[in-house]
Design a binder for this molecule. Sequence first.
Ligand code: AMP
Ligand code: MG
Length: 336
Amino acid sequence: MAVSNSNSLKKIKYVIPAVILCAVFAVFFVFLGNKEKTASFFAMDTYCSAKIKGKNSSECLKQIEAAVTDLENIISRHKKSSDFYAINRDGKGTLDKKQSAWLNAMLSVSKNSGGAFDFTLGELSDLWGFGDEPKVPDDEDIKAILSRTGYQKISLTETGISFPEGVSVDMGAVGKGIALDEIKALLDENKVSCGVISIGGSILLYGSDTLTVGITDPAGKSQYIGILTPGNGCVSTSGSYERFFEENGKKYHHILNPETGYPADSGLVSVTVYSENGLLSDALSTACFVLGKEKGTALLKEYGCGGIFVETDGGVTVTDDLAGKFQLTDTSYTMR
Ligand code: AMP
Ligand code: MG
């Protein structure tokens, strides 16, 4: 017994330091592997950035950039090789499962917003020239386009889409949100522990309830008007400050009221929407910008989403869902 005891003691003497050493190495490698990694790139006509923590973070960052570029090559209205370019050219096309789900969700937002969200206005956006050479178009030309557009003209089957000539499907109001949904699936697959991904005005918060988003100052005086801590999910902002031009001292922005064909004028300068789903957060922020605060709040309630409305007079309204999760930091704005 005594011998065996001394042998055990010897074993313990060597085993314990070895175990400690292994543990230290394990912690070291896990720490190294989980180091925060960042990337930034330009895609979908906007600046994108990603900050993630996880084992495969370097590889995952490459996958994120590739996913956004791939998506752009599918949904772009202007790239001649894209699926939606062909669909718009032919007035019809087949849709894969994902594309069909996007279009169905978009149609639902169009219907539920009473047409404030209308993804058939591609030709009208082109007429305004947002992107390259913006100008106020002739009123007659606006009316002519409106007479042949409208989400009601879209026919969807399980595997296809069709619409009459003059309609042009524009994914501009949902593309960034869809990108966030694709990226979220990648973060899940790669078992990323934590991440913040920004595609222009749409941001994915992943893996922690304490991640924050700064809400951009629409007037551009300060960087942010306040800080939102909504939990995991997607935050999309639509604002008149994002893309606009001036003609004869008047500002014209890129979010169009489908009833008038002119930039939406509902008393808002920005709307931020929080949803677990990226496409919804993006589509609803555009819809709410057109609808204005009251109708927009009602629409968000239907979808169980939260929002922050910033009015032209500097008033800020936070919906019940986000109450207590937003902190105003810029005192030139007022909470309503
Ligand atoms: P967002 O910045 O997400 O609000 O999207 C704005 C983009 O959506 C514009 O640049 C247009 O391509 C498109 N768009 C403009 N007005 C509307 C509208 N009423 N409904 C849907 N898409 C729109
Ligand atoms: Mg949008």
